[in-house]
Design a protein around this ligand. Structure first.
Ligand SMILES: O=C(O)CCC(=O)C(=O)O
Ligand SMILES: [Fe+2]
Length: 266
């Protein structure tokens, strides 16, 4: 991000005010980092119950969506990795407040002063749900950019790997050559099922206390192990990208991303 910061003295000053140089470098080098205590204890205690209530209200819609996705991927009847409620910021003032509260740190980490919001989500992983498989967020976002970041905010303490934190393959946002894709493994005669999953490979930031936030770059490989301690894990996420990126033509994205047409360049 210094690449971008150096083009603008103001942005450099803003970056260093919001986050330490160590955090900025950590994100730049590894593609993920953690910011401790970004949500204040007062806000956390009063606002988390509102978000938890919202997740529960949307449970049946989220379950229907995940059943649809599992079936589309030929895995009908299997456990999904989580229930996902999309874009709570459009309906919940608290989710919108968190989206704005995370903005300065997101700008600092991407080294820009103007971001667009791609999406917010609430992830609810319960005991019995599958692991969140290794993936890169930008693979499924219809945006041509390398400047994309997601804040992942657990709605409770995540004290250990058994409680399903996000797990990252460091540096894959810069150098994917070091890792091989699932399909390539098959070609190479390696059983993809015996590849180490997020439960026994990768870096994480536990223990995460209330108000801590992990950040990951849109190209970094990440996932999460299945929950083996506790019964439920919930997280709020907000994904942003640097203003000015090209997005796919509205007609192709309208069904899934009704807000994206607003972002299309003239
Ligand atoms: O919470 C999870 O298990 C998945 C979240 C995720 O992949 C993301 O925030 O990009
Ligand atoms: Fe992701």
């Amino acid at each position: 991000m210094f690449r971008t910061c150096l083009t603008c003295a103001l942005a450099t000053a803003a970056c260093q005010k919001v986050l330490s140089v160590e955090s900025l470098l950590d994100f730049e080098r590894h593609g993920h980092t953690v910011t401790r205590g970004l949500i204040s204890p007062e806000d956390f205690q009063s606002q988390v119950p509102v978000l938890q209530r919202y997740v529960r209200e949307k449970e049946s819609a989220a379950a229907a969506h995940s059943a649809f996705i599992m079936s589309a991927q030929g895995m009908a009847g299997m456990e999904p990795p989580f229930l996902q409620t999309f874009n709570p910021h459009r309906h919940s003032p608290v989710a919108w407040q968190w989206t704005l509260a995370l903005l300065s740190a997101a700008c600092a980490l991407l080294g820009t002063e103007r971001l667009r919001l791609y999406q917010t989500s609430l992830f609810w992983k319960r005991r019995g749900h599958d692991a969140t498989a290794w993936h890169q967020d930008l693979m499924t976002a219809p945006i041509a950019t390398n400047d994309f970041i997601t804040a992942w905010v657990p709605l409770h303490r995540v004290g250990s790997i058994e409680e399903s934190p996000l797990v990252f393959q460091s540096c894959t946002h810069k150098d994917l050559a070091a890792k091989v894709h699932h399909e390539q493994l098959e070609e190479m005669g390696i059983d993809p099922l015996s590849c180490p999953g997020p439960e026994d490979f990768g870096e994480h930031h536990v223990p995460l206390e209330e108000g801590d936030v992990t950040w990951h770059h849109g190209w970094v490989q990440h996932g999460a192990p299945a929950l083996t301690k506790g019964v439920s894990r919930m997280a709020f996420t907000a994904s942003y990208f640097a203003d000015g990126a090209l997005v796919m033509a509205p007609a192709e994205t309208e069904a899934e991303h009704p807000e994206l047409p607003l972002l299309a360049p003239a």
